[in-house]
Design a protein around this ligand. Structure first.
Ligand SMILES: O=C(O)CCC(=O)C(=O)O
Length: 276
């Protein structure tokens, strides 16, 4: 028996590789988290911003609480099982009327994590609409392997390498609009992307990439993660602490280690490396 997802949502996820919107919290609660985020952006731009967007959950309580939010964890667990680790997190912010977009890609292209067992949760902290550049998913695209990606390093592409899948029919892509406090879940091989924000407001999403069973491993050497629920009986990842408070020194130090390692892994073999 699933805890959060309906059987229909589970069937949709199995068939299409994504499901949502899933209600996580009220709009008012999401608004409080957004306010905490914007206060942190203003006070600590060196720790949280467009070039410091990875693994901030190790340093900031309000993001740690999202990773461990009971409804998010239970929904991910409905798909992945009881024992769960989180590999990394990314804040995806698109400012109003800016050209930043996300090209068609599959999350586990460069992560080195094997096998591809994992689900990405993307939580909206502001309205995510077609106009503001919500996520779009290609149904059924998770059923095949990782497709060839070409690195573009396009300045407007907010993915690390600006990687894109070409020669792939995305006509069937489905945009999923979310109100603040809702999320989607997508399989780590589902082809997805998002367009530029042409609205008057910020589009803010927090992605946990990805909730995985602790049995998966890193094929490119050592790696970090965080235990989210249950037990890790495999020890395949160096597990980071939960911050006791914002800017907890142990969390800030682990975040540096983790984000640096993630950057090494994601840019492995790339012709260039960007700051994020
Ligand atoms: O925020 C976006 O538009 C894209 C995010 C994404 O690609 C992901 O969470 O996997």
């Amino acid at each position: 028996m699933a805890d959060i997802l309906t059987q229909d949502q589970i069937d949709t996820y199995d068939r299409d590789g994504f499901c949502g919107p899933i209600d996580v919290m009220s709009e008012a609660e999401a608004g409080r988290i957004r306010a905490a985020l914007e206060a942190a952006e203003a006070a600590h731009p060196e720790l949280i911003g467009p070039e410091n967007r990875n693994d901030a959950h190790f340093a900031f309580r309000f993001l740690d609480e999202l990773v461990h939010h009971p409804r998010v964890v239970a929904a991910a667990g409905d798909l992945m099982g009881h024992d769960l680790i989180a590999w990394s997190t990314v804040l995806f912010v698109k400012e109003p009327h800016t050209p930043g977009f996300v090209s068609w890609h599959q999350d586990f292209t460069y992560t080195g994590v094997e096998p591809h067992e994992g689900t990405t949760a993307w939580i909206a902290l502001s309205p995510s609409t077609v106009k503001s550049g919500c996520m779009q998913f290609v149904p059924g695209s998770h059923r095949h392997g990782i497709r060839p990606h070409r690195d573009t390093f396009d300045d407007d592409n907010i993915l690390t390498r600006g990687q894109v899948i070409e020669d792939f029919d995305t006509d069937s892509a489905v945009p999923v609009e979310l109100r603040p406090g809702q999320m989607t879940l997508h399989h780590v091989r589902t082809v997805h992307g998002s367009a530029a924000n042409t609205s008057d407001h910020r589009r803010i999403g927090f992605a946990i990439q990805a909730y995985m069973p602790p049995s998966v491993h890193q094929s490119k050497g050592w790696d970090t993660a965080q235990l989210v629920r249950g037990e890790d009986r495999y020890g395949n990842f160096q597990l980071g602490p939960r911050p006791a408070k914002d800017l907890d020194p142990a969390g800030v130090a682990f975040r540096e280690l983790s984000a640096e390692r993630m950057s090494e892994i994601l840019y492995d073999g790339a012709a260039r490396k960007r700051a994020y």
